[in-house]
Design a protein around this ligand. Structure first.
Ligand code: ATP
Length: 345
């Protein structure tokens, strides 16, 4: 199969298992973001893909070839790490040409490739500038161009944008995605920033405790989270315990909610409902009744916190779509059953 395949990959450091039985298919030309909290094993997984660490067990295949034990320099990879590791005493052009120079590519070919890459990263005409005179975003682009100079089979990036300020970072996310699409290169990015992952990825891989909890498209992850960890980690959500009453009808906090999807025969289930799917109504007109405890007006959106039987539910709406409510006011809370997701764990 064309692309990257991880089969039952395990990494142990002494008795500690940092990566536990990871299976993943990354089809050729796709963009994958590995996302998860600090210490979940994403860098360790990337390092094994890069050949910087050896798996304790399992296999890594690239375009059908078993590369588990192939040294890094023979894997045909482009890599960018947070530190960038540009050579400060060299010019932009010399930095980008470096991997070609050590492969002894002819001078003409080096120059042609550097010019091509410079125009791709919107830095045409910068070849002779010292990298020390570039801005953070420009350095970032040079590091990306250098990694792509050898036309690698696989492009690996570890937190590549985390040193940039928020605005530049968002702009670079779009640039990186557009560049990847143009080149059609299989790309894996490690990030702890879910917005970054949602912006760039075809597939978001959510990890926790060394395991993949879900691997799916950004919208699938958001709309159909596999478990409560994913639901809570990606975006905001309300995790609600639903219980069956004596007649098997779903209830939430002791109040019946018609149409709520409890699995057949289940006594209880955790349900995720996104704040934008919670609608406030007049008291008594929603499935649940509660009292407003806090309103966060962010200008473009308003978050309303409602206490329902001692539990908190958050509703998000745009200012125009929200009924006027004030702290302390009783409200109804409508849950639309078909957007409630019953979670696995
Ligand atoms: P972060 O976002 O903080 O970089 P991460 O998800 O990339 O986190 P890893 O760096 O892969 O996490 O680390 C996973 C776990 O393995 C951590 O608990 C870490 O302490 C441990 N670990 C990583 N490298 C080693 C090592 N060389 N020796 C021992 N333990 C290690």
């Amino acid at each position: 199969m064309s692309g990257l395949v991880l089969q039952k990959v395990v990494k142990e450091f002494g008795v500690f298992r940092a990566v536990n039985d990871v299976n993943l298919d990354v089809p050729h030309g796709t963009f994958v973001c590995m996302l998860g909290p600090s210490g979940c094993g994403k860098t360790t997984l990337l390092r094994m893909i890069a050949g910087l660490d050896l798996p304790t067990s399992g296999a890594i295949r690239l375009d059908g070839e078993d590369i588990t034990r192939v040294p890094t320099h023979k894997r045909n990879l482009g890599m960018v790490f947070q530190s960038l590791a540009l050579f400060p005493h060299l010019t932009v052009g010399e930095n980008i040409a470096y991997p070609l120079r050590i492969r002894k590519a002819p001078k003409e070919e080096q120059k042609k490739r550097v010019d091509e890459l410079l125009s791709m990263i919107h830095l045409a005409g910068y070849a002779d500038r010292p990298v020390s005179k570039l801005s953070g975003g420009q350095r970032q682009r040079v590091a990306i161009a250098r990694a792509l100079a050898i036309s690698p089979k696989l492009f690996l990036l570890d937190e590549p944008l985390s040193a940039l300020d928020a605005k530049l970072r968002e702009a670079m996310q779009v640039e990186l995605r557009q560049l990847q699409q143009k080149l059609g290169i299989t790309t894996i990015v490690v990030t702890h920033d879910q917005r970054e992952a949602m912006t760039m990825a075809d597939t978001v891989v959510v990890m926790n405790g060394g395991e993949i909890r879900q691997a799916a498209s950004p919208i699938e992850i958001y709309r159909r989270p596999a478990d409560s960890f994913v639901a809570d980690f990606i975006g905001q959500t309300n995790l609600i315990e639903a219980e069956a009453d004596s007649q098997g009808r779903a209830t939430v906090f002791g109040q019946p909610v018609a149409g709520l999807p409890l699995p057949p025969g289940a006594a209880r289930a955790t349900i995720s409902i996104r704040p934008e799917d919670v609608h406030l109504t007049a008291p008594g007109a929603g499935a649940l009744n509660g009292k407003v405890t806090f309103v966060r007006d962010l200008g473009g959106t308003i978050e309303t916190f409602v206490d329902v039987a001692g539990r908190q539910i958050v509703a998000v709406s745009t200012p125009r779509a929200r009924p006027e409510v004030a702290v302390g006011q009783p409200v109804g809370v409508a849950l639309t059953p078909d957007v409630c997701v019953v979670l696995g764990k």
